[in-house]
Design a protein around this ligand. Structure first.
Ligand code: SAM
Length: 286
């Protein structure tokens, strides 16, 4: 523990977002990342990797629900799911709420993020570690995608931003490997950042995904701790029908799943983009 009272997020050049730390619970260099955990009055526990907020106990549901429930209700039969990254296991918790999922493989590069989150974020991720459908592999997600013989119905890339070990998860080669390991009719969702602050990263991802998949779109989620307005989640598939699932079918597929953010109506609405994001996207894909 230290007696420091603030921790700054240094992700975006030109601004610093400072969190007041009621307590600095942990600080460590893991070999892959600099990891810090603080307690903040508004956000609860805040996990930072290399000066970038990854997850907070107060708003994790927003990002995780939208990343999991949108593709899993759009897919007709999502049996086998892959998560790349996602070390805090909040996304895995949402995926495993779907009884139609028979296996969930998570490939995370940094074992200490998983172990650490298991200990400190048990309030949301405890059920994951008791679920026999869940398996975690410690490896680079890009190497896994290039080599595995497994095939998946839904792939979720819950990555850090495109710097450090996460950079490889924003390349065209990686997207081509995802297509190779995706079953026909499958869906890939990727973390594509906050376009107001990261337009170049957003455009690089959209360009790469659209050069590989027949359908490449994005949808929105607003997460208070991912500073800068809307965050975009990339949506890629070779099946256009996945984009137009009627609300009553989405409701049927999500029945019994307890959510605080996701609704079938919002699922469809989240694909309607503000003009500046639509323009960035169309400029990128040409
Ligand atoms: N939701 C967060 C966000 O948008 O900022 C991301 C959360 S999650 C904790 C990101 C995870 O991706 C981290 O645990 C990190 O270790 C992992 N990661 C980064 N690069 C990776 C790679 N090449 N292969 C697998 N996992 C990776």
């Amino acid at each position: 523990m230290t007696d420091r009272k603030t921790v700054a997020e240094t992700l975006h050049e030109g601004i610093r977002v400072t969190f007041e730390a009621e307590e600095v619970l942990y600080e460590e260099a893991t070999g892959h990342h600099r990891l810090a955990l603080i307690r903040n009055r508004l956000f609860g526990k805040v996990l930072m990797l290399d000066g970038a907020v990854q997850v907070t106990s107060a708003d994790e549901f927003m990002y995780h629900e939208m990343m999991a429930h949108v593709p899993l209700t759009a897919h007709a039969d999502p049996k086998d799911v892959l998560i790349i990254g996602g070390g805090d296991c909040g996304l895995a918790e949402e995926v495993l709420k779907h009884r139609r999922v028979r296996s969930l493989t998570q490939v995370e590069i940094d074992a200490s993020v998983v172990e650490f989150s298991r200990e400190h974020f048990a309030d949301f991720n405890a059920p994951v570690f008791e679920d026999p459908r869940f398996r975690v592999e410690i490896a680079d997600g890009a190497a896994f995608a290039a080599e595995t013989a497994q095939r998946f119905d839904v792939i979720l890339v819950d990555s850090t931003d495109p710097t450090g070990p996460g950079a490889v998860l924003f390349t065209r080669d990686f997207y081509a490997d995802l297509k190779r390991i995706l079953r026909p009719g499958g869906i890939v969702v990727t973390q594509n950042g906050v376009p107001f602050l990261q337009p170049a990263e957003f455009q690089t991802a959209m360009r790469g995904l659209s050069s590989v998949f027949a359908v490449s779109r994005c949808y929105l989620v607003a997460v208070p701790t991912y500073f800068g307005g809307h965050m975009t989640l990339g949506w890629s598939s070779d099946d256009t029908a996945t984009l137009d699932v009627p609300e009553n079918l989405l409701a049927e597929r999500s029945a019994g799943i307890d959510t605080r953010y996701y609704t079938p109506a919002h699922h469809r609405a989240a694909f309607a983009l503000p003009r500046f994001i639509e323009t960035l996207r169309s400029e990128a894909i040409g």
